[in-house]
Write a protein that binds this ligand. Structure first.
Ligand SMILES: NC(=O)c1ccc[n+]([C@@H]2O[C@H](COP(=O)([O-])OP(=O)(O)OC[C@H]3O[C@@H](n4cnc5c(N)ncnc54)[C@H](O)[C@@H]3O)[C@@H](O)[C@H]2O)c1
Length: 349
């Protein structure tokens, strides 16, 4: 099982130096190399001082470069460098880097152990956790991959200081789903607890869930809250993933919830300074955009038949109106989703 460690940059160096291997592969986002040269240098010096061979693969972390070509290039690099089966791979970067590096670790020499140093908010609370690793195919995102759990995940929030504001916002959008899945996280956000503690609680929540349902048969599906509509909005509106997930939740609550979820979501958003624009992404959709939106919904991975898709809704404790960590999963005919969306569309135009 994966251990999640909350630590400073220097503690990451100290801990990695204790790994019981003489060979460490680093798969590191080039931007981190540029922004944190002292961290990278001290990590390499410390590992070398502990008589470990260090092989560093610099990776240009871009979605187009999360490819089978980049995978082959990284695998070839580590094999030709002399990496062996008892070696340990360390991914340092955001979700793109950990997806690629984890896939490399899952197949290099039939699998080597690995750990992650997530450097974006989205990767700290989601992408680095759970062992789903892979690359994109020419036919779509994340279609080639496997499951391979990292040994450790080092959460070090000083990395967030250099993050682009849009990437930070994207991470916050994804983070807000946890408020509807865990009563503890709901309270932490409501009480405006220290943000680092909230990040750690979200990471731990996902990690615990993964432990119970490694291959996403049932329980783990709750993590997809907001993603059915989110993925479709991400594609049609070309907005970052976590921001699309936020609007995906918003839209879902508008379409399916009788309760106060929309107001709650807006309130939580304000608490963590996630900016909610006055304009909704689906406002002023042209007919073509609407058709594209429906087509993406129809292609969703959670579709259960040609004409029905699964919708994930959070359950609440009736008396307290609070997240109880459970969701109900209901299937709806696509036609009904369209009808409901048309009504909301009218409301916002
Ligand atoms: N495996 C999973 O379970 C899972 C879950 C969610 C998302 N993902 C994947 O994660 C990816 C998105 O992850 P992401 O949002 O972390 O993106 P990312 O890795 O692309 O990072 C976003 C940008 O921030 C830069 N960056 C990284 N750390 C930085 C730092 N500390 N300071 C400044 N810049 C920094 C990167 O170079 C990149 O330009 C997608 O490919 C998605 O498919 C995977």
């Amino acid at each position: 099982m994966t251990e999640i460690v909350r630590c400073s940059l220097s503690e990451i160096v100290e801990d990695l130096a204790k790994l019981e291997t003489d060979c460490i592969g680093l798969c590191i986002d080039q931007k981190i190399e540029e922004l944190y040269p002292n961290f990278v240098q001290s990590l390499e010096s410390k590992l070398s001082a502990k008589k470990k061979s260090v092989y560093r693969y610099s990776y240009k972390a871009e979605e187009e470069n999360k490819s089978i070509q980049a995978f082959t290039s990284a695998v070839d690099f580590f094999i030709s460098s002399g990496m062996h089966r008892k070696g340990h791979l360390v991914a340092i970067g955001g979700g793109i880097t950990s997806d690629l590096a984890g896939f490399v670790a899952s197949s290099l020499l039939r699998g080597v152990n690995w750990s992650v140093v997530p450097t974006t908010l989205l990767s700290m609370i989601d992408a680095a956790i759970g062992g789903k690793v892979g690359v994109n195919s020419q036919y779509g995102k994340n279609l080639i991959g496997s499951f391979h759990l990292p040994e450790k995940i080092y959460i070090s929030t000083p990395f967030l200081e250099t993050l682009d504001p849009l990437d930070l916002m994207s991470g916050k959008g994804e983070l807000l789903k946890y408020a509807f899945l865990s009563q503890d996280i709901e309270q932490m956000i409501g009480n405006e607890k220290n943000f680092e503690e909230i990040i750690f609680a979200c990471a731990q929540f996902k990690n615990d869930l993964v432990e119970k349902d490694f291959k996403e048969t049932n329980l783990r599906m709750v993590l997809n809250l907001g993603h059915t509509f989110g993925h479709a909005l991400e594609k049609v509106c070309q907005i970052p993933h976590g921001i699309a997930v936020f609007w995906g939740m918003y839209l879902k609550f508008e379409l399916f919830s009788k309760g106060q979820e929309v107001e709650k979501l807006k309130n939580f958003a304000r608490k963590i300074k996630f900016k909610v624009d006055d304009e909704f992404p689906w406002q002023n959709f042209s007919q073509k955009e609407k058709d594209d939106f429906y087509n993406y919904l129809a292609r969703d991975k959670k579709k259960i038949s040609a004409s029905e898709i699964k919708i994930i809704l959070p359950e609440e404790d009736v008396e307290q109106g609070r997240a109880n960590g459970r969701v109900k999963i209901k299937s709806y005919p696509l036609k009904e989703l369209k009808n409901r969306f048309e009504k909301i569309y009218e409301k916002y135009n």
